[in-house]
Write a protein that binds this ligand. Structure first.
Ligand SMILES: Cc1ncc(COP(=O)(O)O)c(C=O)c1O
Length: 235
């Protein structure tokens, strides 16, 4: 039988630009690449990392756990510390539900988490709102999964809420609101803009999304459709 052995997802996947950007930076040592995310070599913390590793592997008690499997969601202490750090970055109480360690998951880099999240939440044809410009490697994951992206304009302190509202209104008018699944924000030190979205702005965006989600839910109920997952995630 003629045809591709690849899955539909595989066929939709193009070589990501990051592959070329990383390769160029590695094969041309003289090139100062501001695109591929490489850290300046001399500033890499070799000694500090060696000391931490030596300390960790000093005894069986401290050395065995990091060499052993852990739980799927990740190390409890690391999840608690991550939650505390996020609350601190947002200037919020660590006791707030949003910063519960049970909501944290440790993965091998954020790229893996983005991939898992995408598989769990989205179907081909769904719509995800993204910052314009947004992290281009995630846009590639969206493309592979057949997700349609809509850009939301940026201001100095994060997304333009008026443009978010106008986009939601346009989706409602065109009948596409039921396909909207998420607003993806790189909310701390955004790549590529460097913007950190203020916690108040994130809360305002969520309020807006909930308003449209409520409107959608009532029309879904009317049409006998099931409820769709919550429509927001931040990185
Ligand atoms: C916004 C953003 N998300 C995800 C990633 C991927 O991160 P990781 O190396 O942790 O998978 C990067 C890497 O530069 C990034 O800038």
């Amino acid at each position: 039988m003629k045809g591709s052995a690849l899955s539909q997802l595989g066929r939709r996947t193009a070589e990501p630009a990051i592959t070329w950007l990383m390769r160029e930076a590695l094969v041309r040592p003289g090139l100062i690449s501001l695109a591929a995310g490489f850290t300046d070599n001399p500033s890499l913390p070799v000694e500090i990392t060696r000391d931490i590793m030596a300390d960790m592997l000093r005894s069986g008690k401290t050395g065995q756990p990091p060499l052993q499997y852990g739980t799927t969601a990740g190390d409890e202490t690391l999840r608690a510390l991550t939650a505390r750090r996020l609350a601190q970055l947002d200037g919020q109480s660590p006791k707030a539900k949003a910063y519960s360690p049970s909501r944290m998951m440790i993965t091998h880099g954020s790229q893996q988490f983005l991939y898992i999240l995408t598989e769990i939440l989205f179907d081909p044809g769904d719509i995800v709102l993204v910052e314009d410009p947004s992290y281009f490697v995630y846009l590639g994951i969206m493309q592979s999964h057949g997700i349609r992206g809509r850009g939301i304009r940026m201001e100095a302190d994060g997304i333009d809420l008026a443009h978010l509202e106008a986009t939601l209104e346009a989706l409602k008018k065109s009948g596409e609101l039921p396909r909207l699944k998420a607003l993806y924000l790189v909310s701390y030190h955004c790549n590529p803009t460097g913007t950190t979205t203020a916690a108040a702005k994130k809360a305002a965006a969520l309020k807006l999304l909930r308003r449209y989600e409520a409107a959608r839910r009532s029309s879904d109920l009317f049409a006998g459709r099931r409820r769709l997952p919550r429509a927001a995630f931040c990185r």
